[in-house]
Design a protein around this ligand. Structure first.
Ligand code: F6P
Length: 345
């Protein structure tokens, strides 16, 4: 046990949309902090809301047993953005409350597990003088500075299984089946699960589609006596409808333009729920243990990341405010194109 780090008190919170693997990361941080370094672990409830309301509980090593395989987050989460002003007069400055409670709790570091919004807040808190370590999580895989986030592998597994199931019913009814997947402004989930499940058309926000190209492609498949087609759509692609899903919009347009019977599915939160894949459990555990090592080394203001399968730390300043999107010439896109997959262009 390191003498330097023994006795350190670390807070840990999870913020933003949940994803499979968060509990594995909490366990990785906590077990390493407690067993290897003799630190004390304080679990903060519901993201930054818990820091504002001073809602917390100490977590012992025993509390971390049995959570590796659990979906969601044992700490709870919220989309609280403490640096966003409500615009009201005499508004209580939430960052000041967070700093006050950080000091009252005697914290030496705050571990923030989250996606882009959370990591931006973590960076701002670090600029306010708090010791912060970030851990990237999101099904969307859109955090800049890391090759991959945990949650992504589980979401791709779930989406792939869902698309696999659409193939048989599409074939029986000779239909076009369109499925909308999550991913916010990024197309990673649609790209990976579209390729994994043999999607015929993959639409992602990074490659703006043309409706007529989609229709042309689907009609060509029908002329070639292909009985059905699968269209995989990321939720972030352009949608002229304000109050209906893009799946609904495109399904109607395809039907109107081709005359082919089309059905839509919006997979939704099923992609975020449930048990993490083995790959996510391993990645989250690696991130968690590395974050505890960073704290022991007082390597603050950084995010743990994966680069070429090596764990590294990157400054939150470099990550904050950026998005990791699919490049239109990403090798996977080019490979899919070379096999005849349409990206609607
Ligand atoms: O960031 C994860 C994510 O599931 C996105 O894919 C999706 O756009 C968003 O969160 C949904 O957010 P909420 O949970 O606030 O509805």
């Amino acid at each position: 046990m390191s003498k330097r780090s023994s006795g350190m008190r670390i807070g840990i919170l999870t913020a933003g949309g949940d994803c499979p693997g968060i509990n594995a990361a909490i366990r990785g941080v906590g077990k390493t902090a407690i067993v290897k370094y003799g630190m004390t672990l304080i679990g903060i409830s519901d993201g930054f809301t818990g820091m504002i309301n001073k809602d917390y509980t100490e977590l012992t090593e025993k509390d971390l047993s049995g959570i590796l395989t659990l979906g969601g987050t044992i700490l709870g989460t919220s989309r609280e953005k403490p640096f966003k002003s409500s615009g009201k007069k005499n508004e209580i400055k939430k960052p000041d409350l967070i700093r006050e409670h950080y000091e009252q709790l005697g914290l030496d570091c705050l571990v923030c597990i989250g996606g882009n919004g959370t990591l931006k807040t973590a960076h701002l808190l670090s600029q306010e003088g708090l010791n912060v370590v970030g851990i990237p999580k999101t099904i969307d895989n859109d955090v800049w500075g890391t090759d991959i986030t945990f949650g992504f592998s589980s979401a791709v597994n779930i989406a792939t299984e869902a698309i696999d199931r659409l193939h048989s019913t599409a074939n029986s009814h000779k239909r076009i089946m369109l499925i909308e997947l999550m991913g916010h402004n990024a197309g990673w989930i649609a790209l990976y699960s579209g390729i994994a499940s043999g999607g015929d058309v993959i639409l992602i926000p990074e490659i703006p589609y043309k409706e007529e190209k989609i229709a042309e492609y689907l009609l060509h498949r029908a002329e070639e006596n292909k009985p059905y087609s699968i269209v995989v759509v990321a939720e972030g692609v352009s949608n002229p409808l304000k109050d209906r899903s893009v799946a609904h919009y495109l399904s109607n347009r395809i039907n109107e333009m081709t005359g082919l019977e089309t059905r839509e599915t919006v997979l939704g939160y099923i992609q975020r729920g449930g048990t993490p894949s083995p790959m996510d459990r391993v990645l989250a555990t690696r991130y968690g243990t590395a974050a505890a090592d960073m704290i022991a080394d007082k390597d603050f203001g950084k995010m743990v990341a994966l680069k070429n399968d090596e764990i590294v730390s990157v400054p939150l300043a470099d990550v904050s405010g950026k998005l990791k999107l699919v490049e239109p010439d990403n090798p996977l896109v080019l490979q899919a194109k070379s096999m005849g997959t349409s990206f609607g262009i």
